[in-house]
Design a protein around this ligand. Structure first.
Ligand code: CAA
Length: 241
């Protein structure tokens, strides 16, 4: 049985924390990346025993340096989960350049930076699993999110292109597109707006972070080698195509 080491970006909170825990349960050594909240990261490590490491996925050089550090400490990275994401919502008229750049650089740039750092090793070892967290709003758009929808939609294109490059080296590359999940990010949507969104979810509720983590675990499995370039939508039926 191969030893698995995973990096989960944005892995100490929300969907990322659920993914870190699920992979750990499955016997994977997980390093959970975070960028901001030291206190929450410390509490996460104390509660779960999962190592947390701080860097900004939008920083190309930091991604390369930290992947090297993880590999020196834990061994080769076999699984990368590109989960780190932020929102800076606002209609185009109210969105300034910084709101655009922050979201593109973290949500999409982070996927490039991290994949670029781990892909050569995965290729050399003929095994890898890269799963990037897209969004229902990258599939269908969302009022007030031209930045986020563009970045998440970009993740879906990135995934399909890199899947073609990784296929013959045993590196699968997939995306998972969550719908509205019960996390701090979604809780930040103004209540009346969120109520209208939930009313449009056929299953009739927000999703749970664990429901996303189980999908990610499936895509990371050794027996999922024929699944590549796909997008797994987990959204309570809110968007189908
Ligand atoms: N379609 C059409 N019109 C809409 C609309 C929609 N979906 N939503 C709002 N409008 C209209 C409003 O009715 C309003 O019209 P009037 O001025 O004629 O009354 C106008 O647009 C302005 O709307 P707001 O008052 O809401 O504008 P605002 O500037 O105060 O707020 C906003 C805009 C920040 C985008 C706010 O609407 C909002 O937060 N929307 C939710 C965005 C969202 O879903 N974010 C998801 C975050 S979670 C996430 O991203 C995770 C994931 O992957 C799913």
């Amino acid at each position: 049985m191969r030893k698995h080491v995973a990096i989960v970006t944005g892995g100490t909170r929300g969907i990322g924390a659920a993914i870190s825990k699920k992979l750990t349960e499955n016997g994977v050594t997980v390093v959970a990346n975070y960028a901001g909240d030291d206190e929450k990261a410390k509490a996460f490590t104390e509660a779960t025993g999962i190592a947390a490491m701080k860097w900004n996925v939008a920083d190309y050089d930091a991604c390369h340096a930290k992947v090297k550090e993880v590999e020196e400490t834990h061994g080769p990275v076999t699984i990368l989960i590109n989960n780190a994401g932020i929102t800076r919502d606002g209609t185009l008229l109210k969105m300034d350049r910084q709101m655009w750049e922050d979201v593109i650089n973290v949500n999409l740039g982070g996927c490039f930076n991290m994949s670029k750092a781990v892909f050569p090793g995965m290729k050399a070892r003929s095994f890898g699993r890269i799963v990037s967290i897209g969004s229902i709003n990258g599939q269908g758009g969302q009022y007030g999110q031209v930045n986020y929808a563009a970045a998440k939609s970009g993740i879906h294109g990135f995934t399909k292109a890199l899947a073609q490059e990784g296929a013959r080296f045993g590196v699968t590359v997939n995306a998972l597109a969550p719908g509205y999940i019960d996390t701090e990010m979604v809780a930040a949507v103004p209540e009346p707006v969120l109520e209208k969104i939930v009313a449009k979810i056929p299953v009739g509720r927000l999703g749970q972070a664990d429901e996303i983590a189980r999908g990610v675990a499936f895509l990371c499995g050794e027996d999922a080698g024929f699944v590549t370039g796909s997008t797994l939508s987990i959204n309570g039926g809110q968007h189908m195509y």
